[in-house]
Each structure stands twice: as structure tokens, then as C-alpha cells.
Write a protein that binds this ligand. Sequence first.
Ligand SMILES: [Mg+2]
Length: 375
Amino acid sequence: MIIQSVQVAILDLPTIRPHQLAMHTITEQAVVVARVRDTEGREGWSEIATIGGASYGESTPEAIKANIDTYITPHVIGQDPIRFGKIMHDISIHVRGNLHAKALVESAIVDLAARQRNIPAYELFGGKIHDGLPVAWTLASGDTGKDIEEAKEYLHQKRHNIFKLKIGKGDPMKNVEHVLEIQKAVGDRARLTVDVNQAWDEDTANQCIPILQDGGISMIEQPLPGWNHEGMARLADRYRVPILADEGATSIQEIFHIAKHRAGNSIALKIGKTGGLTAVKQAAGIAEAAGLGLYGGTMIESDLGTAMTVQLYSTMPPMKFGTELFGPLLFKDSITTNRVEFRDFNVIVPDGPGFGVEVDHEKVEHYSREKGVLA
Ligand SMILES: [Mg+2]
């Protein structure tokens, strides 16, 4: 039952509408998927998303694939998947950084190990605490009236009661007005958060945050550049509205640094940026010990990547700010034959073997940039 092959492909998945961030607008999302196969032909699958090529983060889809194919795969072939801790330890000795690549490989191995035992992958991480996780939606039409209509509709459907607005692009004060109008319209039926995606300097943050705070906005995500831990610490100290570190909070070492210097008082977790399922549980432990609030972040994963993430987060104590694992709802199509479910303001934890979703091989091939890799 040892691992016989590792294959990686880049897929371009179209979204139902443009999804605007400060540095990039997603209309087609590049996700990287990995498949590991054992000697009996069983398969483990995983997905890691990145945003906007090299514009959001250092790991590009092309680099993830190249570095796995060249440097990581040789340490995986011939290994027993249930010893994913040893495999990842061996990789850590030979491959520096490359956190997204490591996350993709570890996740596929975990899916395979769980499928070999016919159990959900969350059983390998202590078992699930929750059956569902609160899930936010991003309002991104850019039109205040349309966003209010959308928020009201999803409240009515009991799909979301936490809404996030990406406000890193355009005039900061106009964006603040837009957010406050929406908050006024939904009142106390919904919580609103904002994500600046590193776009402000400290002066702009000091102009905008007090207004957002007085308007009842419940969290401000990464207002300053990821490197500016000192500035984030000053904002976290100055305002009572929670300041959340996302792009600044990547590896477990960086998350420890943020915790120590209070460079933000809450952390967005993501499997890719932190280097894998095991690393994210370690990150959550650091945050918990430091009294930081947690948020289940997304890089806009499809059903496969979302199922992975939801399963892992189901094994952790409740997150103060819930999650934003709405990825599958933003795609026109799915690469799995069963979908991740959303109901009663929650994303539901899949319970099948592995990550609980079954890959549709034809769809994977259809959306693959290079044909035949995972055929
Ligand atoms: Mg963010």
C-alpha cells in the first residue's frame, strides 16, 4: 500500500462573476490539484488555490507544480501514506519554504491514507468536533444597492449571515461609505467584516478604521502590508474592533511572531500559506495559547479544496470569526461528483472516506491546462 506515483496539474476554473481583490480580479481561478496513487491503484486527491499568479503571494501555480515534480516527489515515492508525518519531516529537511507545494502533497497523502482505511480524513486529526461551520459570503458587485439585495436574499435563504467586503481597491472613504450603507441596511441580522488585502498605509488605516468601528463593522482584515507587523500592532492596540492578520500570518514561525508582538489580535488560517493540514493545526494551537481569535480563510478553493479545509477545521475548537469557505458557490462547475453542502448559515462537514468528495476525472481533464497529466 505504498505510494507509487505523484501527479500534479494546474486547472483553470471559471467563476460565476468577477471576484475583485485589491491586486487582482478573479474570473478564472487557477487551482493546483495533486493525485497520489498506491500500489493497489487507490487514489488520494488534494487541491491548493492561489490568487492572481504572482500578484497575491510568492507561490504561483507553475512554481508549485515544478517544485513538487522536481524536488518533493522523490521523497514521497515508496513511502507508506499513514506515515505522512515522517514523509513531511523528510521533505522539510530537503526542501525549504514551498509551503503551498508541501500543503498540496501532504493533503493528497492524507486523503489516500484515510481512503485506505475507509475513514474520513478528519479521523486522522482527532475526529470532528463540529458537523458544520459558520460561513461568510463576499459581497463584490461594487454596487451598494445590488450588494444589499444580495445580502438580504442570502439572509432569507439562511445561506449566510456574515458578509465580507473587499475594500482594498479604489477610494478608501468611498469604500467605507459603501460598507456602512450595507451594514445599516442589514442591521443586526448580519455581521459585516472588511478585507483590505494590505492596500492601506497607516495614515489611511487611521482615517478609516474609527469610522468602520463606529459603524458596527465587526472585524478589519489585513489593513496594512503583510510585512508591517509593527504597524499592525499599533492598530490592534489603538482600536477595539478586531484587527485580523492574513497575508502577514503565513508560516507557524510568523504566526508565533504575530502572537508575541500582538501584530493583530486575530489570525486567518489557510492550509496553503501555512504549509499543510498538520501545520494549520499547529498554527491554531499557537493562536489559541496566545488568546488570538481565529478565522477560517479561503484562497477560493473548489469543492475538493473546500472539503479538505472544512474537514480539518471541523477538528478544531469553534473559530471566533467563523469561516469564509464559500469557494464552491463561486464556481460555474465542479471537479467532484458530489458537492460540498451549504445550509442554515453553515458549510456542512463532508463525512465520506478521505475528504468526503469524489473527483470527477473527466472534469479534471477538461479544466487541466496541460492535457493528459491526470487522465
Ligand atoms: Mg484576506
